[in-house]
Ligand binder design. Sequence first.
Ligand code: NAD
Length: 355
Amino acid sequence: MKILITGICGFVGSQIARRIKAVRDDVQLIGLDNFLRAGSELNRRDAEQLCDTFLHADMRCGDDWDSVPEADWVIDCAALPSVLAGTEGHGSSRQLIGHNLIGTLNLLEYCRRSSAGVILISTSRVYSIRPLAALPLHESTDRYELDASQALPVGISTEGIAESFSTSPPVSLYGATKVASETMALEYGQAFGFPVRVNRCGVLAGAGQFARADQGIFSFWVHSHRAKRPLRYIGCRGTGFQVRDCLHPIDVADLVLKQIDAGSDSDKPLVTNVSGGLESSRSLCQLTRWCDRRFGPHAVAGSDEVRRFDLPWIVLDSSLARSAWHWSPRRTTEMILEEIAEFASRSPDWLEISS
Ligand SMILES: NC(=O)c1ccc[n+]([C@@H]2O[C@H](COP(=O)([O-])OP(=O)(O)OC[C@H]3O[C@@H](n4cnc5c(N)ncnc54)[C@H](O)[C@@H]3O)[C@@H](O)[C@H]2O)c1
């Protein structure tokens, strides 16, 4: 079987590629990347070794697609992945749409030509911001908790945000490129008869992640804390009580392989949330305490700055992925944090290289 991985030199693409080659000997990999992301060059040699064909190619460019050999499946891991991308001070909105949406449209034309199935790595950021910002929450000692004694919007339960939750705008420019990509992929699959699966991932984290304050927050926090860099709690009144779930991309890879093996099985869901769920979730404040124990104390300043699209509680309910795909994550948040911590000790300059 031939599998094309786009964005193969990024954090998720490189982890999925390594995992597939480690557990399957019947797969030939094709990989492409345009090295947009600072640090992705560091994964190039590995990608060249793992792939039968590796291409320095830009998904926005129709000509580049003419050089991509046919594949049976595509795993789409290429994107500008920050929720702030394309907004004031965070790069060009046109480029965001080019990489995240035009790139997907070119990819879908490729799938149509080669009858390849596609798996989109999408995001929790497709979910509607206003109802998420208005969720009833209460404060425990170190985090927000959902207040289930109050009326909850459709698609929210104590397990988290389900696939039925609204994706109405606003979802951020980034979220909009991903919702639009999802819609177009599902339509292309229907119109041209190739299988499509959409995996809406929560926060992904692990060693080797390119991390900044606005993207890759678990890695950014652990690396910064270890190096005793200044850290601030932004939003949520400077408490650090905002909560995110956490998942390792190797667990995503294991799900993706199940989806590829299922082919076009129509009993399986097209769109699934993929996350570590509530048990994996941590607040920034909890993350600081973990780092304090691991590296020694380091003070974090509170800040009253309010940043666009900051949300207090994003936890994906992944029960559909667990029941439909008989999948569950193997790597706990503790394991992921320890993996990042060990990597940070070996790579003290990682944030400079990758931010
Ligand atoms: N990291 C997370 O927490 C997270 C969470 C949910 C979803 N996702 C999604 O997972 C996917 C991968 O994210 P990541 O964290 O690995 O990001 P990343 O920035 O580490 O990797 C993305 C890769 O895509 C490449 N790329 C970007 N535009 C391209 C283009 N036009 N043509 C070719 N290559 C291009 C970049 O050079 C980079 O190597 C993205 O679709 C993102 O939206 C990530």
